[in-house]
Design a protein around this ligand. Structure first.
Ligand SMILES: Nc1nc2c(ncn2[C@@H]2O[C@H](COP(=O)(O)OP(=O)(O)OP(=O)(O)O)[C@@H](O)[C@H]2O)c(=O)[nH]1
Ligand SMILES: [Mg+2]
Length: 161
């Protein structure tokens, strides 16, 4: 599986960043039916436009009938203007996590993702089953950098022990 990270900083540009459209164009040109889907993991600072990009991508693939799958991994998002096939909010209730574990907003996002990760094998099973018929899998993530730093250090220290 290929993972592309689209890093977005600031809100100066509108539409797709050139680096992203180039990657999509190249991949579409070389796509063959037997290929596994390209996974686009959309990461970036809070408010940098990840979800807006997902919405535009959703419109683009629908208009052009490109078989794609959308996953939302942001437990705290209120409204999405695209329809994800898998939504973390269906499994983990962010507000309840805050109350139950007595956490602030960032801690609750981190804990929600930890809780969801216990079910991630189910997500992978679904994706494996559908992988032959999909060109792309797009994944929206929360803007809290802590999520990625904590996982990075966890796996880093786990691997060197
Ligand atoms: N000017 C401009 N505004 C944008 C652009 N992309 C997103 N926005 C606006 O920026 C705000 C935040 O966009 P989101 O797509 O929610 O950003 P996000 O990265 O998903 O935010 P978090 O999920 O909270 O991390 C919204 O008001 C968008 O309308 C852009 O390319 N240009
Ligand atoms: Mg978002």
């Amino acid at each position: 599986m290929t993972i592309y990270c689209q890093l977005s900083f600031g809100k100066k540009k509108t539409g797709f960043p050139p680096i992203f459209t180039n990657i999509i164009k190249k991949k579409m040109a070389s796509a063959t039916p037997s290929k596994k889907p390209v996974i686009c993991l959309v990461i970036g600072m809070a408010g940098s436009g990840k979800t807006t990009l997902m919405q535009r991508l959703s419109m683009h693939v629908n208009e052009n009938k490109i078989p794609s799958y959308f996953i939302n991994l942001d437990p705290a998002v209120h409204t999405l203007h695209y329809e994800p096939h898998i939504d973390i909010r269906d499994t983990v209730k962010y507000k309840n996590v805050m109350k139950e574990f007595q956490l602030g907003p960032n801690g609750a996002i981190l804990t929600s993702l930890n809780l969801f990760s216990t079910k991630f094998d189910q997500v992978l099973n679904i994706l494996e089953k559908r992988s032959d018929s999909l060109d792309y899998i797009f994944i929206d993530t929360p803007g809290q950098i802590e999520v990625f730093i904590k996982f990075y250090y966890y796996y880093y220290y786990k691997n060197i022990k």
